[in-house]
Write a protein that binds this ligand. Structure first.
Ligand code: AMP
Ligand code: MN
Ligand code: MN
Length: 327
């Protein structure tokens, strides 16, 4: 994989004028926070920016500073000097934003998924980074660009959400240093941000959890846990896709569980598989790659064609094989 330097990317940012800033479908806090922080940084350089995501801004993250900058892509095509993909392991996970880019002279790919193949002309993929937001912070600092309150809050949210609130194993001393700088320089109200992120869920999300727990299953002596969501239940509860984020953590949090899996039936005849591992030796990214997906060693996903029951069976079988080899 070709690896670019921050200076090479900085040069391109200064030289060109029209930028499209994109991230993956079904975005999370890292995707949206990184997009907005990057966009605000370019705005300070006086650039023309478009900030697009297939799903647009999610209700859950609409408190992010300058959230209104981010929209769904238009139906028409626009021309760009530079297109930037953030936090996106495979290019096709940019979804329908791709169709709105008529042309871009240069593609930049900044990400932290180990499974990222390194698409694009300028590539920084750092699997050691706990969040794409951390790479964006380093890029902004290395280019001597200012960090104001709005940029700081977006980056803080990106890092807080992708580290599970500074808990996951890639959280390093450097992560805390960056967070400290963001809180200090940006004058951030951490309590308020945490409340918006972790204590403002709609009631339907907890009702969804109740239904998911009814389907909870264990195998391999409690080392494998899963639950699933059918289209029918999702419709009955009127849940939004974003309501799912983080629910799998309830399975991971159980003592003895090594692999947690969440199956969600989608309207397109596929099933969205979300997987978590608690041991580096059990690489859920490798498992998901077998099903056409990807991600990180301890957190990965895939979209698999088939009915809920079929996909559950095939995927759990694969996980069981890995766990059996492990014990
Ligand atoms: P999720 O379970 O959706 O929170 O995703 C866990 C991790 O795996 C995230 O970092 C995703 O970017 C990645 N991921 C999820 N689904 C896919 C997919 N279909 N292809 C590649 N990577 C994925
Ligand atoms: Mn993400
Ligand atoms: Mn991320």
């Amino acid at each position: 994989m070709s690896t670019s330097t921050f200076d090479e990317i900085g040069k391109v940012l200064r030289k060109h004028q029209r930028f499209a800033i994109l991230s993956h479908v079904r975005p999370d806090g890292d995707a949206l926070g990184s997009q907005l922080a990057f966009a605000l940084s370019l705005e300070q350089l006086g650039k023309d920016i478009r900030v697009w995501n297939e799903n647009g801004m999610l209700e859950k993250y609409s408190f992010l500073p300058r959230a209104e900058l981010l929209s769904k892509p238009p139906a028409t095509v626009e021309e760009f000097d530079v297109a930037v993909a953030l936090d996106t392991a495979i290019q096709n996970r940019l979804g329908n934003t791709l169709a709105a880019i008529g042309s871009a002279k240069i593609w930049i790919n900044i990400d932290h998924h180990g499974s990222n193949p390194g698409y694009g002309d300028l590539v920084i993929v750092d699997p050691g980074a706990p969040a794409t937001g951390e790479i964006i912070f380093n890029l902004i600092k290395s280019q001597g660009l200012p960090i104001n309150h709005d940029i700081a809050e977006n980056l803080y949210v990106a890092i807080s959400t992708d580290t599970g609130s500074f808990q996951y194993s890639k959280t390093s001393a450097r992560t805390f240093e960056i967070a400290a700088e963001l809180v200090g320089v940006g004058g951030l109200d951490v309590g308020k941000i945490s409340q918006q992120l972790y204590e403002s869920y709609p009631r339907r999300r907890v009702e969804l959890l109740r239904e998911l727990l009814r389907t909870m299953r264990f195998s391999e002596c409690g080392r494998l846990a899963s639950f699933s969501l059918s289209l029918k239940t999702a419709a009955e509860l009127a849940v939004l896709p974003e309501d799912n984020e983080g629910l799998i953590d309830h399975l991971r949090a159980i003592r003895g569980v090594i692999v947690a899996v969440f199956f969600e039936e989608l309207a397109d005849g596929k099933v969205r598989v979300s997987m978590r591992s608690k041991e580096e030796a059990v690489d859920v990214c490798a498992i998901c790659q077998k099903f056409g997906g990807g991600g990180h060693t301890l957190a990965a996903g895939a979209r698999v064609r088939g009915t809920l029951a079929e996909v559950e069976q095939r995927v759990l079988e694969e996980v069981r094989d890995v766990l059996k080899r492990q014990s």
